[in-house]
Design a protein around this ligand. Structure first.
Ligand code: RB5
Length: 190
C-alpha cells in the first residue's frame, strides 16, 4: 500500500510491481530510439504506455519532457516513469526537482531492483548512449518486477523528503527579507 506524499499528496495509482502499472515515458532526442524500442516491448507485455515525447531525432531540451512526465506522475495519470536521455543524468536531475518524484539512474538490472526495493524509485532513468537495448529491457523488467521493501528504507525516504527545498520564488522573497532587515540595522552588515 503506497502512502500519499506529505507535500504533493501524490499516491501512485497502483503498486508498480502489481498487475499492470500505467507507464509514462519521456526522452530527449538522444533517447528517442530506445524509448520507441521499450514502448513497443512494454505494449507486448500488456502495459498501457503514455508517451510524452520527444518523437523525433530533432534536438530538444530534456527538462521540457521531464516536466511533462513529472506532472503526469504527480497527477496520478501514470504510475511509473521511464525517462531517457544520453547519459540518463540530465533528465533524472530535472525530474528530481519535483517533490514526490524519485528518478533513479539505472544501468544494470541489479541497480534497478535496488532502486525500487530500497529507494522506492518511481521513475527509471536510462542512459541511452551507454546501454544496449537488451540491457535496457532487462533493467526495465527488473524495475517493474520489484516492490519497495519499506521498513528501514521508509524513514530514509522520509528524511530525504524533509531536506530543505526552496522553490526559486521563495529564495527571492527570503533575499528581500534579509535585505530589508539589514537596511533596518545600518552598519552591522557592511
Ligand atoms: C544530449 O546531447 C545530451 O546532452 C543529453 O541527452 C543528456 O545526456 C544530458 O544529460
Amino acid at each position: 500500500m503506497q502512502t500519499p506524499h506529505s507535500t504533493t499528496g501524490y499516491t501512485p495509482a497502483a503498486s508498480p510491481s502489481s498487475a499492470k502499472a500505467v507507464i509514462g515515458m519521456a526522452a530527449d532526442h538522444a533517447g528517442v530510439t530506445l524509448k520507441a524500442f521499450l514502448k513497443a516491448w512494454l505494449e507486448t507485455q500488456g502495459y498501457a504506455v503514455r508517451d510524452f515525447g520527444t518523437y523525433t531525432a530533432n534536438r530538444v531540451d530534456y527538462p521540457d519532457y521531464a516536466r511533462l512526465l513529472a506532472e503526469a506522475l504527480l497527477r496520478g495519470e501514470v504510475d511509473i516513469g521511464i525517462s531517457i536521455c544520453g547519459t540518463g543524468n540530465g533528465i533524472s536531475m530535472a525530474l528530481n526537482r519535483y517533490r514526490g518524484i524519485r528518478a533513479a539512474l539505472c544501468w544494470t538490472p541489479k541497480i534497478a531492483q535496488l532502486a525500487r526495493a530500497h529507494n522506492n524509485a518511481n521513475t527509471c532513468s536510462l542512459p541511452a548512449r551507454f546501454i544496449t537495448t537488451d540491457t535496457a529491457q532487462a533493467v526495465v523488467e527488473a524495475f517493474l518486477a520489484t516492490a519497495f521493501e519499506g521498513g528501514r528504507h521508509q524513514q530514509r525516504i522520509e528524511k530525504t523528503d524533509a531536506l530543505p527545498f526552496t522553490p526559486r520564488g521563495h529564495r527571492k522573497i527570503i533575499r528581500r527579507i534579509i535585505a530589508a532587515c539589514r537596511a533596518l540595522v545600518p552598519g552591522r552588515h557592511a
